[in-house]
Design a protein. Structure first.
Ligand code: FAD
Length: 407
């Protein structure tokens, strides 16, 4: 049985290694247009590779995927982060779980993951073709005709598409001709480009729990935020960029966000607190830091923005200024004028339509023996190891299904 895996990233390698382990007779080849396999694994997680996340409940895990939740949930019952963790550990890569649930190799080097996957591929007799891309894919008489970038072609019984993002993919037309649909593609997991006097000179400041949403649209997100030289980043922003990826793309990244610097505090919480401050004996200055969770420089910046002088006491605070202060703390609007690159992790939302793929086997519902895994599919996760988990899971399911099918 001749099997071609198109793309030697996390998903392609994991499908090949699974297939080799489950069916030692299979003739498996991985083709990659790049000369270097597992390129993204290498740079992932700042070079440490955030392999997966310590979330072991398939139903809960699936909720970390803005697209693909329903389809992935089933697949997670077959292969989930616990399986990923056990697999790498039993294949010689000790892993550790960080406080926030992210799982990394103990070595802190993505190379450990790469060496492991290469080792298993070698052991399973998987043939590697670096620098050989696939230009065209056809299905004739129950077999695949694959045309390579070097002008040669090959006939295969099984093909697994593991090409990563479909953005500018050479195989888009082939897949469409075969009957598949590519859902609109858009970047996900990016930071927001904001130029605003309220953020000036605050780069480097981070807050633990900020709530943020696209103004009057969509779901709000909460979590840590980082003020950068170009605007805002951090987990809460990345989550928002993921959940609203399509909508923000349609808005051409020109939109307003509404931000609550104090996470879950409400207007009535602040009114009560400010009333107490007004009535306190031995009047305190407003500028004295009031909130544990708000860095001093940011508090001072907000006060200066709402024109509260350094010498003003709480009892002297005009009601109108208090209302302005509450607004700037709990629902400050910032204009976003573009997206900026998140160096830690980014992915593409969109890809092969999920309805056209049977997630029990990762097999096309249109073309028999054509399999899909990884980012070429229209699923994507938020940051934290979920995207690799998607690749391991879909790669495992595809590899297992390819192994089971005999010609
Ligand atoms: C900077 C960065 C850091 C990241 N860090 C993390 C992290 O720490 N944790 C996490 O969970 N996720 C992370 N991600 C996301 C993660 O890398 C992807 O979700 C994952 O790599 C997807 O795996 P894949 O195998 O589907 O695709 P890819 O890794 O993109 O692999 C696809 C492969 O297919 C090849 N290919 C494409 N077209 C063809 C063709 N026509 N013929 C032959 N070969 C082809 C490509 O050259 C590539 O090698 C990060 C992403 C980036 C960009």
């Amino acid at each position: 049985m001749k099997c071609a895996i198109i793309g030697g990233g996390a998903a392609g390698f994991f499908s090949a290694v699974t297939l080799a382990q489950k069916n030692p007779d299979a003739d498996i080849s991985i083709y990659d247009s790049s000369k270097q396999f597992l390129r993204k694994v290498k740079i992932s997680g700042g070079g440490r590779c955030n392999v997966t996340h310590s979330c072991f409940e398939p139903k809960e895990l699936a909720q970390y995927y803005p697209r693909g939740e329903k389809e992935l949930k089933g697949a997670f019952f077959t292969w989930q982060p616990r399986d990923t963790r056990d697999w790498f550990q039993s294949h010689g890569v000790p892993l550790k779980t960080e406080q926030d649930g992210r799982i990394f190799p103990v070595s802190n080097h993505s190379q450990s993951i790469i060496d492991c996957l290469h080792g298993q591929a070698r052991k399973g007799g998987v043939k590697l073709y670096p620098g050989i891309g696939v230009k065209h894919l056809d299905f004739r008489n129950d077999q695949f005709v694959v045309e390579f970038s070097n002008g040669q072609s090959g006939i295969f019984d099984r093909v697994c598409m593991a090409t990563g993002s479909m953005k500018s993919s050479t195989l888009r037309t082939s897949l469409e001709v075969l009957g598949h649909t590519i859902e609109p593609l858009a970047p996900s997991l990016f930071a927001f480009d904001i130029t605003d006097e309220r953020l000036k000179e605050l780069a480097g400041i981070s807050l633990e729990n900020v709530s943020v949403g696209v103004k009057s649209k969509g779901k709000r997100q909460a979590g840590p935020i980082l003020i950068t030289h170009r605007g805002l980043s951090g987990p809460a922003i990345l989550k928002l960029s993921a959940w609203e990826a399509r909508q923000l793309n349609e808005l051409d990244y020109q939109f307003e966000i509404e931000l609550n610097w104090l996470g879950e505090r409400t207007e009535s919480d602040l009114q009560t607190l400010f009333a107490r401050m007004r009535n306190q004996k031995g009047q305190q200055l407003v500028k004295t830091k009031l909130f544990e969770e708000l860095p001093k420089r940011l508090w001072e910046k907000i006060l200066s923005y709402v024109k509260i002088e350094g010498t003003l006491q709480w009892a002297q605070l005009p009601k109108k200024t208090e209302a302005h202060l509450i607004k700037e703390l709990l629902s400050a609007n910032f204009p976003v004028r573009g997206k900026t690159m998140n160096k830690e992790e980014f992915v593409t939302c969109g890809g092969v339509r999920l309805k056209e793929v049977n997630f029990k086997k990762m097999e096309s519902r249109i073309i028999p023996h054509l399999y899909f895994c990884g980012e070429c599919l229209d699923y994507d996760g938020i940051t934290g190891g979920f995207n690799f988990q998607g690749a391991w899971t879909t790669g495992y399911v595809a590899g297992t299904a390819m192994a089971e099918k005999q010609v």
